[in-house]
Design a protein around this ligand. Structure first.
Ligand code: XMP
Length: 322
């Protein structure tokens, strides 16, 4: 199915892998310039460190604020890397992304709109401005596998679905982590001196909070799910689960508040036990934790009158909602 050979975590010799990838990146880019987008996830963080090791000042790293990130994420990530000596330029592209997502409700169309806004619009502009000819990105083995299998179009998959990036966008893509799954990427990230809050970070999807909004993605609906996500992350961090998230449903339901009818929003909480996101089982959370989540979300997130917990395994569910 794939002509990429996986390096399993048990066979990974981390220092050798890093050394080889650093050499590979330097030899491809030569004296030219490369760019990369950092999102704060373990994959793009590892690639940022590998790229800086290989290219130093010849790698320009951007954080694209697409408006669909978690609470305070852009500023937090930029500061964390600055403290490690890596300069990251924050690009405000909120309007561009919300415009691209306007009116779209179909999950795959949403993903495609994000891919286009990211690669065709924002990145093509940044690459042109900087004069770079290469984009370094943290695609991993699972991303490709799921896209090729037709489960979901992962937003960062281009070459593997037949997009010639040089022709379509004017730059080539380098993907140093493509042979690794998440547990192996975490080892590489740790060896690259990234802090634990990065190398052990639960995964977060490329399409960000828009993967958790069923129906149209608007600034208001993103704000709602951002607040719910922040509560879920605070309450479930100590579970050490693989991933935990909140989803905003499209349908509204009747609730009651202060003795009056309140036709409001429904939020679904998911919390997963998994090792590689290929399969997953809902974590057996206590009723006390579930009750706290319901209370906090309905009290702190305006307009929410119902909170549910997903009890379905993957498959047939998937980790994210879209
Ligand atoms: P699903 O929802 O397909 O998710 O069960 C599997 C894992 O991948 C993450 N995910 C994505 N990551 N781009 C990404 O980089 C994407 O488009 C994307 N969609 C899902 C998800 O959070 C889970 O860890």
């Amino acid at each position: 199915m794939l002509d990429i050979k996986e390096v399993e975590v048990k066979n990974l010799i981390v220092d050798k892998f890093i050394e080889e990838k650093v050499k590979e990146i330097s030899s491809i880019v030569g004296n030219g310039l490369a760019v990369n987008a950092l999102s704060g996830g373990v994959d793009s963080s590892a690639v940022t460190m590998l790229g800086h090791k290989a290219l130093g000042k010849n790698l320009k790293t951007y954080f694209i604020d697409n408006g669909i990130m978690r609470q305070d994420e852009p500023e937090w990530v930029v500061k964390l890397f600055k403290d490690m000596g890596v300069n990251v330029e924050l690009i405000d592209a909120k309007e561009e992304f919300f415009n691209a997502l306007k009116g779209i409700t179909d999950p795959e169309e949403k993903r495609e709109a994000i891919t286009n806004a990211f690669y065709k619009d924002v990145f093509t502009r940044l690459v042109k401005q900087s004069g770079a000819r290469y984009l370094l990105q943290g695609t991993n083995y699972t991303d490709i596998e799921e896209t090729v299998a037709g489960v979901k179009r992962q937003h960062n998959i281009l070459q593997q679905i037949g997009i010639d990036t040089q022709q379509a966008y004017g730059y080539k893509v380098i993907e140093p982590l493509v042979q690794l799954r998440k547990p192996a990427v975490r080892k590489v990230a740790q060896a690259l001196s990234l802090p634990e809050e990065i190398f052990n970070r639960p995964p977060f999807p490329g399409p960000a909070l828009s993967a958790r909004v069923i129906g149209e993605v608007t600034p208001q609906r993103i704000e709602l799910i951002r607040k719910a996500t922040s509560i879920v992350e605070q309450e479930l961090k100590s579970t050490q689960a693989f991933q935990y998230l909140a989803i905003l449903h499209e349908d509204k339901v009747t609730g009651v508040r202060d003795g009056k009818r309140d036709f409001g929003f429904q939020v679904e909480v998911r919390c997963w036990d998994s090792t590689d996101a290929k399969t997953g089982t809902p974590t057996k959370l206590s009723h006390d934790i579930l009750a706290t989540l319901a209370d906090r979300i309905t009290q702190e997130v305006e307009g929410v009158v119902s909170v549910t917990y997903n009890i379905t395994k993957k498959p047939p569910s998937t980790i994210e909602a879209i």
